[in-house]
Design a protein around this ligand. Structure first.
Ligand SMILES: C[S@@+](CC[C@H](N)C(=O)[O-])C[C@H]1O[C@@H](n2cnc3c(N)ncnc32)[C@H](O)[C@@H]1O
Length: 314
């Protein structure tokens, strides 16, 4: 059944096991990785040639996260961007490593995790060219704790994350397993309210998808022959993509049920990419026009903490 009205980008409901969906998504991201590595959007050469460069995504992430880091009052960099010195950081769904490199440049000792081997090949090459030591591990996020095998002060994931995961309770457990006691988790992505909206007619913003998860066994499917980088029309070898929707409650409870404490939950009016055609640039981000801007949150962020160990008495 097609969910979008005719003429709009189709997103259909279909049936696939999570294993079938992850295998298709891995091939899809492998194909996109090649195109992304050559794109102006990711600009790998520019990133290598300017050792101070950190993406707008990382800068905004750190603006939200920094007040909640250990030693927060010492972390403001002289360039106005927070520092992550002394922290072991695991970057989930790191893709071709551009933001992992940015996090490493802020001082963190980084490990990146991704499902797509071709993305990681590009990420390793980028780190080597930029002279940063970064460990990369190929794994499904849902197996990440065992695949990585160590724990971190900070687990970071943002912008293009949980829509590719079916089992959010499992995701929460992996995040908890990757954190040291007292460690911090950071999440930011498009808001599920924004994900269900369509505004191809600039005067109308229409809810087009359900907010709540699809029944078990069902998954959203779409075939995108090209990818999202600026003006790229290079064909993607495996265009099929599978996605799941997750309400705010499911995301938060996945973390709480895994034993994490919520530190801050944010709902925002800005996203680093134009999810809706009516969005306009404001500073380094994209925002909806009014009145939608005041009506629909476009991003959700979460800072959570694994409780520290209690001191033993006696
Ligand atoms: C939009 S990109 C993320 C971009 C990221 N914000 C960054 O730093 O560049 C999505 C990434 O998620 C990865 N991915 C998708 N499903 C995954 C899964 N189940 N486990 C691990 N990685 C996955 C893809 O391979 C892709 O590299």
């Amino acid at each position: 059944m097609e969910v979008f009205p005719e003429g709009l980008e189709p997103m259909s409901r279909s049936r696939a096991t999570p294993e079938e969906a992850y295998a298709a998504n891995r091939d899809n991201w492998d194909g996109r990785a090649q195109v992304h590595a050559a794109s102006a959007t990711y600009d790998l050469d520019g990133l290598v040639s300017d050792p101070t460069r950190v993406s707008a995504v990382v800068r905004r992430d750190l603006e939200i996260l920094a007040p909640h880091l250990p030693d927060a009052d010492r972390r403001q960099g002289s360039d106005g961007i927070p520092r992550l010195d002394g922290l072991d950081l695991c970057h989930l769904q790191c893709h071709i490593g551009t933001d992992t490199l940015g996090l490493a440049r802020r001082g963190a000792r980084c490990t990146g995790v991704d499902l797509s081997p071709r993305s990681l090949r590009i990420a390793r090459d980028l780190a080597a060219r930029a002279g940063q030591e970064i460990r990369y591990v190929e794994a499904n996020v849902l197996d990440a704790a065992a695949a990585v095998g160590t724990q971190f002060d900070l687990v970071h994931t943002s912008i293009g994350t949980i829509c590719w995961l079916q089992d959010l309770a499992g995701w929460g457990r992996q995040v908890a397993g990757l954190l040291r006691p007292g460690g911090t988790f950071f999440f930011r992505d498009s808001h599920p309210m924004s994900n269900l909206m369509l505004d191809t007619d600039p005067s109308v913003m229409t809810p087009a998808y359900g907010y709540f998860p699809l029944p078990p066994g069902e998954v959203f499917t779409h075939d995108d022959g090209v990818t999202y980088t600026d003006g790229d029309t290079s064909p993607i070898t495996q265009p099929r993509n599978y996605e799941w929707s997750h309400p705010v409650s499911e995301t938060l409870m996945a973390l709480v049920d895994a034993g994490l404490q919520l530190v801050e939950v944010g709902e925002h009016q800005d996203l680093p990419w134009p999810q809706h055609p009516s969005m306009t640039v404001e500073g380094e981000a994209w925002v909806l026009p009014e009145p939608w801007r005041s009506q629909v949150p476009v991003a959700l962020s979460v800072v959570a903490r694994r409780p520290p160990l209690r001191p033993t008495t006696g």
